[in-house]
Write a protein that binds this ligand. Structure first.
Ligand SMILES: [Mn+2]
Length: 352
């Protein structure tokens, strides 16, 4: 028995609105989904499990027709779908009245329903979210019926506002596999047993690292094994640039361009500036954005002042008092920034 487990595809999402690459990202979410289905067409699996948030919001009828035609093109695979908190199934949802292809099973209720697969010895259990917030622990007490074959549960949530889950209870409930959705980074709660595949495409800058889906198969002894398959067109990654007293703007731009070339021009980066920089550095953080797809520049660097020396030199003046004020208290990150910026402003005016 073989299956593919997808979740949180978020068709219709527009990541990084306002950036040059945003509309490409909107298309890539669809393209990657189509590519995964095309892969199943070439190498059929028994089950395709879609654990919620296939769509970023309530799907339109034309979007359902589109995905349904993709599913109809993989008739050897039975497709099981639940709704998540983004594409939740309420009275106004196009999910409600839609007529799916013969190989598609949509779970339309917030109560757990179960379906015996018509081709492989599997019983699939599933429940949809019918609201965007569900604080009730809907999975508490849920367990498989007695019977032969594999018992697979599809569910969406796992945080406080979206079906809180007691994972240790779920682990001992008796399911052979729990196909979860909602968390966008891939995560196995219990290896090969309780798994979040993550979203096939990352949707924002915090979703760094590999994205894809999970492939499952049974071995000769009948045990289920899973494997994460990377599938995204791009990834988000953080780049840290460490500065020292000799660093110049030009050097930063060259270093950043080199790193982006090495890591991939297509990927999307968040750049963090760290280290200590000279008060004489002409730093233009926004200009660094020209080096690639850069969604954010964060400046965590500190100005390099010899505080002891300055405090002595400017003793009895505003500059000296300013340094003294900070040296007498327990400084937070914000204090450090205030000290840097304040000192820079004071020194610039006192040098006139
Ligand atoms: Mn979700």
């Amino acid at each position: 028995m073989k299956f593919i487990h997808l979740a949180d595809v978020h068709l219709g999402a527009v990541p990084d609105r306002g950036t040059a690459w945003s509309s490409s990202r909107e298309e890539e979410i669809w393209t990657t989904f189509r590519r995964i289905i095309a892969g199943i067409r070439e190498n059929p699996v028994d089950l395709l499990l879609i654990s919620g948030d296939l769509f970023h919001r309530r799907p339109l009828r034309k979007e359902l027709r589109e995905v349904n035609s993709l599913f109809a093109a993989i008739p050897e695979t039975n497709v099981y779908i639940i709704a998540g908190n983004h594409d939740y199934m309420d009275g106004r949802s196009a999910y409600g009245s839609f007529e799916w292809a013969d190989n598609v099973i949509f779970f339309d209720s917030e109560e757990v329903m179960c379906v015996d697969d018509d081709r492989v010895p599997v019983t699939v259990y599933g429940l949809s979210l019918c609201r965007n917030e569900v604080k009730e622990p809907l999975l508490d007490g849920v367990c498989p019926e007695k019977g032969e074959g594999y018992h697979i549960l599809l569910a969406h949530g796992g945080d406080e506002k979206h079906v809180p889950i007691d994972f240790s209870a779920l682990a001992s409930a008796g399911f052979d596999y729990v196909a979860l959705g909602h968390i966008h980074k891939p995560k196995a709660i219990v290896k090969d047993r309780i798994v979040y595949p993550g979203s096939p495409e990352p949707l924002d800058r915090n979703e760094t690292g590999k994205h894809g889906y999970v492939e499952g198969f049974t071995d000769s002894e009948g045990n289920i094994h899973t494997r994460f398959v990377p599938a995204s067109a791009r990834i988000y990654e953080d780049i840290t640039l460490v500065m020292d007293e000799d660093t110049t703007q030009n050097e930063l731009e060259e270093k950043l361009s080199d790193m982006i070339e090495e890591k991939g021009q297509k990927n999307i980066y968040r750049v963090v500036l760290t280290g200590q920089r000279s008060p004489d550095l002409m730093l233009l953080p926004e200009k660094l954005k020209g080096c690639g797809n850069i969604v954010e520049i964060r400046d965590d660097s500190r100005l390099m002042y010899d505080l002891e020396l300055l405090e002595k030199k400017y003793a009895g003046t505003l500059v000296g008092d300013y340094i003294r004020y900070f040296s007498l208290k327990d400084t937070t990150e914000i204090d450090e920034k205030a000290l840097d910026y304040g000192l820079q402003a004071l020194l610039e005016t006192s040098m006139r």
